[in-house]
Write a protein that binds this ligand. Structure first.
Ligand code: SF4
Length: 435
């Protein structure tokens, strides 16, 4: 059936009328404008001779925002390329002429080939025309993983630009110790000083306080939107929240994010009031998703889950950007504890157990991500212990957040089928016990 076939034509031909496409929510349109604006600001800053940075996704962004620096996010950008099925030439270039190993994180592979093209050393056609302008400096933390460290070292070496690095180290406890706060705080102080020297910008304490407040408000709104998914049935299709992550990753300290998230919260509340949902079919099962979204196959994931009425209502991943703090010590503490990759297994299990209960999940789907070894590392033990503690079944599938070659549609479908059988059995048992 041609995509443009409308209900009237369909009836005339005897085919079932296709569902009209839901218009994009206002918050989504605002999000698109915000993204375009960021790349436009980067382009203009570059033209004006200003220094532009590239940053790791869970770096204390509020520092760059306070200094008025334009910063772009390679992980986010690579995710977009992967989601639009444009990653292949970058992966080939990275593993071929550039000589990097296939085992590297695919975000890194896409970005290293992109960067090499910006430098004129590679000649991959840039699908976005090069809007990720060449950086003058890099902002890096290892609170997500150490692959990022090597990735950024390679960028810095090749482009001959500095890396401003904050070492948060692995967290063996369920809290951040005071000695660690002092260790990270001293690096934040040094970072501010060095970044000011390098860029010629001045630190303004009052502006920082304002940015911090905006960032806190945004974290609150983001967490609130996530938490509204605890309603049954959920007012949103869970995968939609993944789309909004870019405003938390790239614009945590900006008022435009406040406007987007206020609008998103309003839209969710309206759904709750009207008893509607953006989830396209009846919600039969509620599950949590563990790991990064499988960007090249988001559509296939959603389509498969939809066949069984499975809605993903909780995710361990998106909440990593709900970072709250009130001063520079608090900033040090919060960024040490932001990413689940920096947590020990007990902390991960505790956080996930709470989420399973709060969001009334009946199953968990683990994305065993070929790229993200650090995320997979504790996953097997987390699966085993969590399933026992929560009494909630799980399934796992092999995938990748950006390398489309590491995924099997058939495997995903059969794993979900297996999970549904167990969830259905559990439902029937519960109904029997309630009699
Ligand atoms: S996807 Fe995993 S390996 Fe890649 S940068 Fe993120 S945390 Fe690191």
């Amino acid at each position: 059936m041609p995509e443009t076939m409308n209900a009237a034509t369909a009836t005339a031909t005897g085919a079932a009328p296709s569902k009209p496409k839901r218009p994009k929510a206002k918050s989504m349109l605002m999000l698109g404008e915000q993204t375009n604006d960021l790349y436009e600001r980067a382009r203009k800053a570059k033209e004006a001779g200003e220094k532009v940075g590239w940053s790791a996704s869970i770096f204390p962004q509020e520092i760059a925002e306070t200094l008025g620096l334009v910063v772009l996010y390679p992980e986010n950008h690579s995710a977009g390329i992967a989601a639009r099925h444009q990653a292949d030439p970058f992966l080939q270039e990275c593993e071929g002429p550039l000589g990097y190993n296939n085992d590297l994180c695919a975000y890194a592979k896409v970005n290293l080939a992109y960067a090499s093209t910006l430098e004129g050393k590679s000649h991959v056609e840039l699908p976005d025309g090069g809007k990720m302008v060449k950086p003058d400096f890099l902002l890096l933390t290892n609170n997500i993983c150490t692959q990022l460290t090597k990735w950024y070292e390679n960028l810095a070496y090749s482009m001959k630009i500095p890396v401003f690095f904050i070492d948060t180290c692995y967290n063996p406890w369920d809290h951040v110790t005071e000695s660690r706060v002092r260790y990270v705080r001293s690096q934040i102080d040094a970072l501010i000083e060095n970044l000011c020297k390098f860029t010629g910008k001045k630190w303004d304490e009052e502006r920082f306080k304002k940015i911090m407040k905006i960032s806190q408000r945004n974290s609150y709104l983001w967490e609130r939107a996530n938490n509204l998914m605890d309603h049954i049935p959920s007012p949103l299709s869970g995968f939609e929240l993944f789309n909004y992550m870019s405003c938390m990753v790239c614009h945590r300290g900006r008022e435009s994010t406040t406007a987007i998230l206020e609008q998103l919260n309003k839209e969710i509340e309206q759904h709750l009031k009207d008893g509607t949902s953006t989830y396209p079919v009846k919600e039969q099962y509620r599950v949590s998703w563990d790991g990064i979204a499988c960007w090249p196959y988001l559509k296939h994931n959603l389509h498969t889950l939809k066949q069984y009425g499975i809605n993903m209502v909780a995710s361990s991943y998106g909440k990593a950007w709900a970072i709250e703090y009130e001063d520079l010590d608090g900033m040090a503490r919060a960024y040490c504890f932001a990413s689940t990759n920096g947590d020990n297994a007990s902390t991960m299990i505790h956080r996930r157990l709470e989420a399973l209960k709060r969001f009334h999940c009946e199953g968990t789907i683990y994305h065993v991500n070929r790229s993200c070894k650090v995320m997979d590392c504790q996953m097997m033990e987390v699966q085993r212990q969590l399933a026992k503690l929560a009494g909630v079944p799980f399934t796992a599938f092999d995938g990748d957040q950006a390398d489309y070659r590491n995924y099997s549609e058939a495997q995903f479908e059969t794993r979900i089928q297996g999970l549904v059988e167990i969830m259905q059995e559990n439902k029937e048992k519960k109904a029997e016990e309630a009699k």
